[in-house]
Design a protein around this ligand. Structure first.
Ligand SMILES: C[S@@+](CC[C@H](N)C(=O)[O-])C[C@H]1O[C@@H](n2cnc3c(N)ncnc32)[C@H](O)[C@@H]1O
Length: 513
């Protein structure tokens, strides 16, 4: 409202003194969309300026502003004189210092606070103790004004309420920010962080790096969404911040005592793929594990096999669930331990079709409708599974954090919980080195560039994502031997972390030679 008139007339010194930089329309619209999601009855705007957020509310008009109390504070009477609202749909503006006002409570809060440097925040010695008393927390004397706005607002948010705040990024890393980060996390308030890679585009006047925080006082601990906006045009296509994010972090990935910037920027850093690399597909192929269509029917444990009285021709060893393998090396001993524990580590693989016991089990399957599942219904006969050989390397389909890579030394095949790597002829000579590369941090970082994001912090890999992944060329691998890799594998059986460290060294050596 009248922004150009105001910026033309108000001296820049005055605007700087009050921290008067205005929120771009499309950003204000998205922030308002977040705070009005639960139909608030009261909205607080602690740093009103020219009323950019109120304008967005009028525009979005989902809620009629006259049905809600829109309470605003603005310290500068001169900026207020530029406003002119019809008596219908006008905000309640108090010309006062928000930080000195008594604590009240609101269903929704939206704010672009002033973010001048703390040295310019003259009343801090008086305000800080006041806010400490009202908010009941200890604050660092260096806490900047925007952070104090945020702390006060978080205290004023009603249960179930939503808050959207523009904040200078510096609190992520500054000592005084710890208390604020703790407050945001301890009460599970923080739901989303929005950062800008090229913010001059979007906030041309602002001289500090800023971000947007979205909070909700629902007491629900959920992953914190992370959004990076790379270009102003992107904003046009975003209908709601909530649905637009690239990463989700668990609250434990953002400890209040640690700097948050490296965590956040680390996620977005483009890793540089070393030159000369080949693709995994040069050494063989990852393929999906066996899809049975009815694991409950096809996966068997030792006891069930005994009770059913099948001959050994009618089942084979099989990894049927991802948690069955917890270490990166899977040996015969591990298989026997699993088998003894009663895990279903066999798979029906019928060879004797006229065996009476087998016929009985198939009839039981039919009686339970297993033959009419989507996959079984499309097979002939319905219980015939793909014929597969055991794969020497397995990769997790869904992963949290690191990609799960297993060196399989058993004769077990596997269901779809893992993708199976089958080497080609030249690949046969490199199996151990490919495994070492895949468990190394360098290999993990490179392969992770191909991952697909799933909700809840899960990464998904399709076989093609792995086959297209980069890995050392044969020339590079030939700078080490299979026996170098076998030694690391022996260590991995007892000390997985040491094995990763040794793999890092070996892979760094062959890539940099
Ligand atoms: C960054 S501007 C944001 C204005 C508007 N909400 C927007 O988003 O475009 C901050 C506004 O807060 C006002 N302000 C500064 N200190 C304040 C205080 N202690 N209490 C209330 N308002 C204050 C400034 O005058 C300025 O208009």
């Amino acid at each position: 409202m009248h922004e150009s008139k105001y910026t033309d007339l108000a001296p820049i010194k005055h605007r700087k003194e009050f921290g008067q930089f205005f929120t771009p329309n499309n950003v204000a619209d998205l922030m308002i969309s977040w705070i009005i999601k639960d139909n608030p009855k009261s909205i607080l705007d602690p740093a009103f300026g020219l009323g950019r957020f109120f304008d967005s509310l009028l525009k979005i008009n989902k809620l009629r502003p006259d049905d809600i109390l829109y309470k605003a504070y603005e310290i500068d009477p001169s900026i207020i004189s530029y406003l002119d609202y019809s008596s219908h749909s006008s905000p309640v503006i108090e010309i006062a210092d928000y930080l000195e006002a008594d604590l009240k409570s609101y269903d929704a809060i939206v704010c672009n606070p002033p973010y001048m440097r703390f040295q310019n925040f003259l009343k801090r010695h008086h305000i800080l103790p006041e806010i400490e008393k009202k908010a009941g927390i200890r604050l660092d004397g260096y806490t900047n004004i925007a952070s104090i706005f945020l702390i006060k607002s978080l205290k004023e948010l009603n249960t179930g309420g939503r808050l959207a705040y523009i904040m200078p990024f510096e609190f992520f890393n500054a000592g005084y920010g710890k208390e604020i980060k703790r407050l945001l996390l301890e009460n599970s308030l923080l739901k989303q962080i929005i950062v800008f890679s090229n913010e001059k585009d979007i906030f041309p006047e602002v001289t500090t790096t800023i971000c947007i925080l979205l909070c909700r006082k629902d007491g629900v601990t959920s992953p914190i969404k992370l959004t990076r906006i790379d270009h102003v045009d992107q904003l046009k296509n975003i209908r709601s911040f909530e649905d637009f994010f690239q990463y989700e972090l668990t609250p434990s990935q953002l400890p209040p005592d640690k700097k948050w910037s490296p965590v956040i920027s680390g996620l977005y850093e483009q890793i540089t793929i070393p030159s000369e690399l080949s693709k995994i597909s040069e050494y063989g192929k990852f393929v999906r594990g066996i899809a049975t269509g009815a694991n409950k029917f096809f996966a068997l444990n030792r006891e069930k096999i005994k009770n059913l009285g099948f001959g050994s021709n009618n089942y084979c060893r099989c990894i049927t669930k991802s948690p069955q393998i917890r270490k990166s090396i899977f040996t015969e001993n591990d298989f026997h331990d699993l088998e003894k524990s009663g895990a279903p580590v066999y798979c029906l693989n019928i060879k004797e079709h006229d065996n009476k016991k087998i016929i009985d089990y198939l009839n039981y399957g039919v009686s339970k409708g297993f033959h009419q599942r989507f996959l079984t219904n499309h097979r002939n006969p319905w219980y015939k599974l793909e014929s597969r050989l055991p794969a020497p390397i397995l990769a997790g389909v869904f992963n949290r954090g690191r990609l799960k890579i297993i060196r399989n030394f058993t004769g077990a095949i596997n269901f779809t919980c893992f993708h199976s790597f089958y080497p080609n002829l030249p690949g046969e000579n490199y199996i151990n080195r490919i495994f070492i590369y895949l468990i190394s941090d360098i290999g993990q970082d490179i392969i992770m560039t191909n991952k697909r994001k799933y909700g809840g912090g899960l990464d998904k890999f399709e076989p093609s994502d792995l086959n297209d992944g980069y890995c050392p060329s044969m020339n590079q691998f030939d700078r080490s031997s299979e026996s170098d890799a076998s030694e690391i594998i022996e260590i991995a059986k007892v000390d997985p972390q040491q094995a990763i460290d040794l793999s890092n060294r070996l892979i760094t050596r062959i890539l940099n030679a």
